[in-house]
Design a protein. Structure first.
Length: 577
């Protein structure tokens, strides 16, 4: 059972915001929860603009990086753009490759093969650069740990610029410039940029120094928006500006490759940040999971409609294949866990599983068994896989504690990758369980739904102008883009009953219509994967239930309305709060 946590505090700033903005108190309190206290702060939040961009030269080593790239223009050097195979790395490569090409640099790009090379700057990539007489590598979304690779590049006369957002270790690679807001002594005020955003700051610096038109840089905001949303970095401050402006570009004038992805995703109307995460991002990722990430760069860098369409078609076929493998693997993993419900961790392995989907499957398993999870597969002479954690638990600290069992590992608090010898699988499984058990609490193992406010049905009624959207929805919609640090608000309705059309649709989704007992105002909702909760509503006795939900737009057969995206249901006499 999930635990509902109600934030029922009325912030002092809420009443000020209510008067200054002339909005309902419940909405003013949402703003106060997000750190706003007056009209000006709210205006900046709702109307992010290019004026809110931070000076790129506040980033440590930005001058060095800009000067080195300008030198490559003067020397007519070969420049190689190197990036990881996920969404952030792929968007980073496309952005930097296109911009450097635009300003006349002899540029090419390289992305490592997930299976042959793994994450980060590989020795195969280093050898490629040396063999092809590359003078300068610009590495994006990776490189902060490439100690040996950087030395080999230096010894062979290849300079290196690193644009990375991962937490640096004590020892840094030898390079011409390291751009990373998280490194010591960096005065850049916002530390939570993704790799593509750091690449964007670099081209901002280049454009400023070369006195280029700002439009030459802003055209890449769409790629920064996709990378920022998909990399699940905090959706606050400069990241919010990137995504807000990038979404506007995607909605108004999408580049050819993105337009083709949107068609295959069957997304209609105005795209939101969730579409970047759940529709565009997975398709870009699919190329690197089951094919090669360079396919995604080709798509994003396409200037030909025909090429973009062909690339998108190829990636869509791979994505459909990825979905089938993902689904099959998840079902197999769930079957393995039938007798392991009493544990505080999940560790599953099969020699038949595909390395490209183990991270996705780990996240899927957490939806059923809410606990730190590891999904492993055969990887040549080793076993490797992905680790995913739950909110409030630092799984990286556990891996560090048992690090002697690994050939290698890396990651951060909530996600990591591990590689180990085959004969150490059982030892790892036992030690991981013991280490987590010694650190985790029952409270952390209980999944929580944070409720922002309690509503009454009248709050969700359409206004007198017969607008299809209630005023509260129209206001909440302006809080977008949503993401960590600015999550879509979750509300609660108490003592509701079935209005007569509750049913299960699709595989196991709860489609419902609810109302107050004796009331006339009905509210439609959908709860994905919540079919098991249907009996709570479908009762001749008219069971009262409390509903946790967020608000979303629903478009069906040309009709547009608001529906409840149901997160959970509980009997009112057993309230989860």
């Amino acid at each position: 059972m999930k635990k509902w946590v109600l934030n029922n505090s009325l912030y002092p700033e809420a009443e000020i915001l209510q008067k200054e903005l002339k909005v309902p108190l419940v909405f003013a309190n949402l703003l106060a929860q997000r750190g706003m206290s007056n009209f000006q702060e709210a205006k900046k939040f709702f109307r992010p603009s290019k004026d809110d961009f931070i000076d790129p030269f506040l980033m440590l080593n930005m001058n060095k990086a800009v000067d080195r790239i300008i030198l490559s223009i003067e020397r007519n050097e070969k420049v190689l753009v190197y990036g990881d195979y996920d969404v952030d790395g792929t968007c980073s490569v496309a952005l930097m490759y296109l911009f450097l090409k635009q300003i006349g640099i002899d540029v090419s790009y390289y992305q490592p093969d997930r299976y042959k090379e793994g994450y980060g700057i590989s020795m195969l990539g280093v050898d490629f650069a040396i063999e092809n007489d590359v003078n300068l590598i610009v590495a994006l979304d990776c490189g902060v740990k490439a100690i040996d690779q950087a030395i080999k590049l230096k010894d062979n006369g290849v300079d290196l610029i690193i644009c990375d957002h991962h937490l640096p270790a004590t020892e840094l690679p030898v390079c011409e410039a390291m751009l990373n807001p998280k490194q010591a002594n960096c005065s850049y005020p916002f530390k939570e940029l993704c790799g593509c955003a750091i690449g964007f700051k670099l081209i901002q610096g280049l454009a400023s120094t070369l006195s280029l038109d700002q439009e030459m840089v802003d055209v890449y905001l769409d790629l920064v928006a996709i990378a920022t949303a998909a990399d699940i970095v905090p959706m606050v401050e400069e990241n919010r500006v990137f995504v807000k402006l990038g979404l506007e570009q995607i909605n108004n004038q999408p580049r050819k490759g993105i337009a083709e992805i949107v068609k295959f995703a069957k997304r209609k109307g105005k795209l939101e940040s969730s579409d970047l995460v759940f529709a565009i991002g997975p398709r870009i990722n699919a190329a690197g999971r089951l094919g090669h990430a360079s396919m995604a760069v080709e798509l994003l860098a396409s200037t030909s409609s025909t090429q973009a369409k062909n690339s998108a078609q190829q990636i869509e076929e791979i994505n459909l294949q990825r979905r089938e493998i993902d689904k099959k693997t998840t079902l197999e993993a769930l079957a393995m866990l039938e007798n392991a419900k009493e544990k505080v961790t999940t560790v599953v392995f099969s020699s038949n599983w595909h390395k490209g989907v183990v991270g996705i499957v780990a996240s899927r398993l957490i939806e059923t068994y809410y606990r730190p999870t590891v999904v492993l597969c055969e990887d040549g002479e080793y076993i490797s896989g992905s680790v995913r954690s739950i909110k409030g638990f630092d799984v990286h600290a556990v891996l560090l504690e048992i690090s002697d069992v690994f050939v290698r590992f890396g990651g951060h608090k909530y996600a990591a990758g591990v590689t180990l010898k085959k004969d150490r699988l059982e030892e790892f499984s036992q030690r991981f369980e013991q280490a987590v058990k010694s650190k985790i609490s029952e409270d952390i193992l209980t999944e929580k739904i944070n409720i922002d406010a309690v509503l009454i049905p009248l709050d969700l009624a359409r206004d007198k102008k017969q607008n299809p959207f209630p005023k509260l929805f129209r206001l909440v919609d302006q809080l977008a883009p949503f993401g960590p640090g600015n999550m879509r608000p979750v509300f609660m309705l108490k003592n509701m009953v079935d209005a007569g059309s509750t049913r299960i649709v699709g595989e196991n989704h709860l489609k419902l219509t609810i109302k107050e007992p004796g009331g006339n105002l009905t509210l439609d909702g959908i709860g994905f994967g919540l079919g098991k909760l249907a009996p709570l509503l479908k009762s001749s006795e008219g069971n009262l239930v409390d509903v946790a939900f967020s608000l979303e737009k629903n478009e069906f057969r040309g009709s547009v309305s608001v529906q409840l995206r149901v997160r959970d249901l509980v009997p009112s006499n057993e309230s989860a709060i």
